[in-house]
Design a protein around this ligand. Structure first.
Ligand code: SIN
Length: 539
């Protein structure tokens, strides 16, 4: 990175007790639980509801059914995580989940029922039917609506849409808020806060093909990285096996729940292939299915395989997946009569800003929760439909910890207020497609040493082009964030000489016990520090 030029005068200052960056379920549920403890400011770089949460289809995995238990949910989560989950984190997720989902329902979330009972769907690698869903396949929109309305009604909560966090404001080793861009008014803003939580969501936009909306540009991890905070397990990126293979960005997700209801994966000749790859066939863990699809595509030299909806039956298909059916028909596909072309796409980042089970990071007054955070709950491969639950459960815990944080010293705040505006980090937008293609080709579903080395070298060169500036466009800020996160993903993937969960190395195709540990990256005085941490197996 080039050295900073002199910075300009102070930016416009907004002062709050609690600052929440991001407005998906993790951010809004944190805000909701902070509200009784002081004023809360939520900033989001787009519209309040334009989040990854909004587009989640499958549902929320939660051990509510009488025939289920949090322990079984825990076992399935650990199994999917391929030995890299921290057991206490999974324990928290699965045991605290039921009560917090009941709270969401009390706030007005309407999940699908039959005869007055909640309906439970099935998704890959779940040993039980435990996925609650809304309007068939629009669970995320219902969760986002509920959380947005719950927060909108609170007097102490202020939401700023079109406000992008650009960098953390760090003074005397404490996070005192963020430097932000007010996109609507085209000016800089400094948000001064007693404590700040990063809940910026996903990183799918770093990869050329993704199911995530365009806002998912890995902002939280990049901000944390530039502030010297630990990032953990950045090589673990989940590729969803069934995105619609059709032009357009992002790729339209076809929920795993479709396979839970019986849809089958077939090749161009109609041959079902998943039983050759795993005993659970179409309901094998997501990484297994994504690699199988990739292998079949590569073997056949085709850009897709097909999803055959016919075993579901027309009526059930229409009732259970109205959103998917509508969208496919709108795009000219007919799921009732012909298999639908699909291919994998980047979907979820398991790694992220390292946080403890209460959302605290190593930087005082900085917290993280939801997809941008890593507290060890998803390990090497997230179990389907555990992500909304993660946002809810860890949002509540993070809020609890933040509420107990005492305000910073008045003299420190005064210095933070007076500090010059500082520089933003920007990268030319032409770099974006280059980063996305590199990430897809070299840090994708199947990786190998030389490809990773090339990718890291090219991403290092691009990182050198990140330049300090007093003003930048959102796209330039995002390009810088994407570049740094792609570099971290490549660096960790190169270090991890094994295959585990979503990280597959063709040159190291087996899991290795000595690699059953987390990889931590952080920046210390401009240099990268790589360290390792054992997996926590004790509860
Ligand atoms: C899906 O509906 O297949 C996605 C659900 C998830 O990512 O957990």
């Amino acid at each position: 990175m080039k050295p900073s030029p002199d910075s300009s005068g102070p930016a416009e200052i907004l002062r709050c007790r609690f600052l929440v960056v991001g407005s998906g379920i993790a951010g809004l549920w944190t805000a909701l639980h902070l509200a009784p403890h002081g004023d809360v400011t939520v900033i989001t770089k787009s519209r309040l509801r334009e989040t990854n949460t909004q587009y989640a289809q499958g549902g929320i995995a939660v051990a509510l059914p009488a025939a289920d238990s949090p322990e079984w949910h825990k076992e399935d989560t650990l199994e999917a995580g391929s030995g890299l989950c921290d057991v206490p984190a999974v324990e928290v997720l699965t045991h605290e989940g039921p009560e917090i989902v009941r709270e969401l329902i009390d706030h007005g979330a309407r999940f699908d029922h039959l005869n007055g009972e909640l309906l439970y769907g099935r998704e890959a690698a779940h040993g039980r039917n435990r996925i609650i869903h809304a309007h068939g396949d629009a669970t995320g929109a219902e969760v986002q609506r509920t959380a947005s309305e719950a927060v909108a009604g609170l007097p102490g909560v202020t939401v700023h849409e079109d406000m992008a966090a650009a960098d953390l404001l760090v003074l005397d080793g404490q996070c005192l808020g963020v430097e932000a861009l007010d996109l609507a008014r085209g000016r800089r803003v400094r948000l001064l806060a007693d404590c700040t939580v990063l809940a910026t969501g996903g990183a799918g936009g770093v990869w050329r093909f993704t199911t995530n909306p365009p806002i998912a540009t890995a902002d939280g991890p990049a901000l944390a990285w530039r502030a010297g905070v630990y990032l953990r397990d950045m090589e673990f990126v989940q590729f969803h096996p069934t995105a619609l293979c059709a032009p357009g960005y992002p790729k339209f997700l076809i929920s795993e729940a479709v396979r839970g209801e019986g849809a089958l994966l077939v090749d161009a000749a109609g041959r079902r292939f998943m039983p050759e790859y795993h005993e659970l066939a179409e309901l094998a863990p997501r990484d297994v299915v994504a690699r199988a699809v990739f292998t079949e595509m590569t073997r056949a030299g085709q850009e897709c395989v097909y999803l055959d909806f016919s075993p579901i039956g027309d009526q059930r298909l229409r009732e259970r997946f109205p959103g998917i059916v509508d969208e496919l028909q709108r795009r000219g596909f007919d799921p009732f009569n012909s298999p639908i072309p699909i291919s994998p796409a980047a979907h979820y980042m398991m790694g992220g800003v390292m946080a403890d089970l209460d959302g605290s990071t190593a930087l005082p007054r900085l917290f993280a929760c939801g997809e941008c955070a890593d507290y060890g709950v998803h390990g090497a491969n997230r179990l389907a439909s555990n992500s909304l639950l993660d946002g809810l459960v860890f949002g509540v815990r993070t809020a609890r910890t933040m509420a107990q944080t005492t305000p910073p010293d008045a003299a420190l705040l005064a210095r933070a207020t007076a500090q010059p505006a500082g520089c933003l980090h920007a990268l030319d937008v032409e770099a974006k497609p280059v980063i996305q293609q590199l990430a897809w080709d070299r840090i994708g579903i199947v990786r190998e040493g030389q490809g990773l080395r090339d990718a890291v070298a090219q991403l290092s060169d691009l990182t050198e082009q990140i330049h300090p500036t007093e003003m930048a466009s959102l796209a330039e800020l995002e390009a810088a964030n994407m570049c740094q996160v792609a570099w971290m993903a490549g660096t960790s993937a190169l270090a991890r000489e094994e295959s585990r969960g979503a990280h597959y190395r063709s040159d190291f195709p087996e899991s290795r016990e000595e690699w059953r540990r987390h990889i931590l990256l952080r920046q210390v005085e401009g240099k990268t520090e790589v360290s390792y941490q054992p997996v926590t197996v004790e509860e």
